[in-house]
Ligand binder design. Structure first.
Ligand code: HEM
Length: 198
């Protein structure tokens, strides 16, 4: 059986390859902190990758499908693609934020920067503090503005046509806001320990 023929098989193969490569490279001993950092980056890439997919691919594609009278329409995307993408999107956001908060405790608590101090932008922790604020605002947008409104748009929760139009607009603006915040957020994530690019 070829593992590349199923998504689960591909995920497991990638994890095994990663572990084998880690051991082959000599490893640095098991560390929960490094495992958490890895989880943070993997889930963050999944979350933000899907955010970019929604903004750069799906939203323009749905607009093109709506404008294409006589074309195949957008029903397939709304029924089969969007709910699946939103499932990975919203839970990847949770894993990213949780692993990020845990990472604050691991990486900065010993230097006097626990979660509260980082969020209060204590001296020496401003860059990661601002990055964490941006990330947590984005998490709020996902769960409070995007997902409940997308549920109305996709018909998962009942809504009139007028309510759907409002929901579509709120979800779109929240998603665009996250898109705009994403690059500054990423700059701060990497900037705390590796320096800012400017
Ligand atoms: C949601 C709230 C978030 C919090 C609280 C948070 C927290 C953190 C912390 C504490 C670090 C370690 C910084 C260091 O060791 O210098 C970090 C690094 C990082 N984060 Fe986040 N993060 C969040 C969201 C995200 C998101 C959405 C992404 C998207 C990909 C992301 C990607 C990264 C990357 C790439 C690093 C660099 C790791 C390194 O240089 O070692 N983070 N984050």
């Amino acid at each position: 059986m070829n593992p590349l023929k199923s998504v689960n098989g591909a995920i497991i193969t990638s994890l095994l390859l990663m572990a084998a490569l880690g051991f082959a490279l000599g490893g640095s001993g098991f560390s929960v902190q490094n495992l958490d950092r890895w989880l943070h980056i993997a889930s963050g890439v999944t979350w933000i990758g899907l955010l970019y997919y929604f903004n750069v691919v799906q939203v323009p594609a749905l607009a093109a499908a709506a404008a294409d009278k006589g074309g195949p329409g957008a029903a397939g995307i709304s029924k089969y693609v969007a709910p699946r993408a939103l499932l990975w999107f919203r839970w990847a956001a949770v894993v990213t934020a949780l692993s990020g908060v845990i990472l604050i405790e691991f990486a900065f608590r010993p230097a006097g920067g626990g979660f509260m101090q980082v969020m209060a932008l204590k001296d020496g922790f401003q860059i990661i503090g601002i990055g964490s604020w941006l990330g947590l605002i984005m998490l709020f947008n996902v769960w409070v503005l995007i997902w409940p409104n997308q549920k109305k748009v996709l018909g998962i929760t009942p809504a009139t046509d007028e309510q759907k139009a409002t929901a579509r607009n709120v979800a779109l603006l929240a998603s665009r806001t996250n898109f705009v915040l994403s690059l500054p957020m990423l700059m701060c994530m990497t900037g705390q320990s590796h320096g800012l690019p400017f």
